[in-house]
Design a protein around this ligand. Structure first.
Ligand code: F6P
Length: 341
């Protein structure tokens, strides 16, 4: 079998672990050939690829990013690929495509699959917002980075009696804010799923200082919004990939709190630091398992599906389920962290 692999969308720690796992299982156990497309779907469309063998994936398990490169694809280009999907697979000589990516990548995978290309998807994203899988790799690493940042910010915040507003990633789903906020002991957490009232945060900080505490840390997801009319914060424009360009809620909220509290409030934007560097052990293991199962599914001819973590098992689930809706933070998970909302 000849397998094509690509990584698309925003990168995340663990992508290389999947690539390595696919190559090991495919080459060593099945005697397959594996090729890796450069820069996501662009490589597939433009025919840029390279053979991947055991030597080529040696030493990449713990390396962040992706050795294949990644890119987001403009909508029009994907439509061309979908229109020619079976012919494209034939031209490239691949028996199956394993795209590794988030919601956008798996939506494209589903379109290619529906159009007749044999596809087995692997879900990734630090946001953990892919439906029908309990976890995506990259998330554990991102939560670890954000938690460590909050641990560090607390000591400096306390020394200077400051409020720290830590902005983490999460456009539509607040999983990183929820879990890093809980693990980092944030005193307030703001998620995209539930608009927040800055007045509640002001009250929380004032009460803390009245109790003799000298600092506060607030963890805010980049996609969080204040309740309409509660503070000045407009919505962003839409970029060429259909994503909202955020106006910077961390900075806006810090300014608002500083103004209302009369205390120093500093924004800390963690940004792409959350996506860089070495994956945690958890993410390496999950990514390796996904790669193994993707190859096995390809050999069983289970196309149009993706590898999903269900409990502790990996199951093959229709790609349609991955992209039917985003997995956002449910109310009951917010309730568990309620004391800090
Ligand atoms: O989807 C993953 C993600 O890291 C989001 O959390 C974030 O909003 C986005 O990608 C950033 O994308 P880019 O790398 O294009 O700035």
């Amino acid at each position: 079998m000849r397998i094509g692999v690509l990584t698309a969308g925003g990168d995340c720690p663990g992508l290389n672990a999947v690539i390595r796992s696919v190559v090991h299982r495919a080459v060593a156990a099945h005697g397959d050939q594996v090729i890796g497309f450069e820069d996501g779907y662009k490589g597939l469309l433009d025919g840029y690829y390279r053979p991947l063998d055991l030597t080529g994936v040696s030493g990449i398990l713990s390396r962040g990013g992706t050795i294949l490169g990644s890119a987001r694809l403009e909508k029009g280009r994907l439509e061309d690929a979908v229109a020619n999907a079976p012919a494209l697979a034939k031209k490239l000589g691949i028996d199956v495509l394993i795209p590794i990516g988030g919601e956008g990548t798996l939506t494209a995978a589903r379109m290619l699959s529906d159009a007749g290309m044999p596809v087995v998807g692997v879900p990734k994203t630090i946001d953990n917002d892919i439906n029908a899988t309990d976890r995506t790799f990259g998330f554990d690493t991102a939560v670890g980075v954000a938690t460590e940042a909050m641990d560090r910010l607390k000591t400096t915040a306390e020394s200077h009696q400051r409020v720290m507003v830590v902005e983490v990633m999460g456009r539509h789903a607040g999983w990183i804010a929820l879990e890093s906020g809980m693990a980092g002991g944030a005193h307030g957490i703001c998620l995209p799923e539930r608009p927040f009232d800055p007045a509640d945060l002001v009250k929380m900080v004032e009460e803390r200082f009245a109790r003799g505490k000298k600092f506060a840390v607030i963890c805010v997801a980049e996609g969080a919004h204040p309740i309409e009319g509660s503070m000045d914060y407009g919505t962003g424009e839409i970029d060429q990939f259909g994503h909202e360009r955020f106006k910077g809620i961390g900075t806006a909220l810090a300014h608002e709190l500083e103004h209302r509290l009369g205390k120093e409030a500093k924004p800390v934007i963690l940004g792409h630091v959350q996506r860089g560097g070495t994956p945690t052990a958890y993410d390496r293991v999950l990514a390796t398992r996904f790669g193994w199962h993707a190859v096995e599914a390809a050999h069983r001819g289970e196309f149009g599906k993706f590898t999903a973590l269900r409990g502790t098992d990996i199951e093959m689930v229709p790609l349609a389920d991955a992209v039917s809706e985003l997995k956002t933070v449910p109310e009951y998970r917010m309730a568990e962290a309620e004391s800090v909302f």
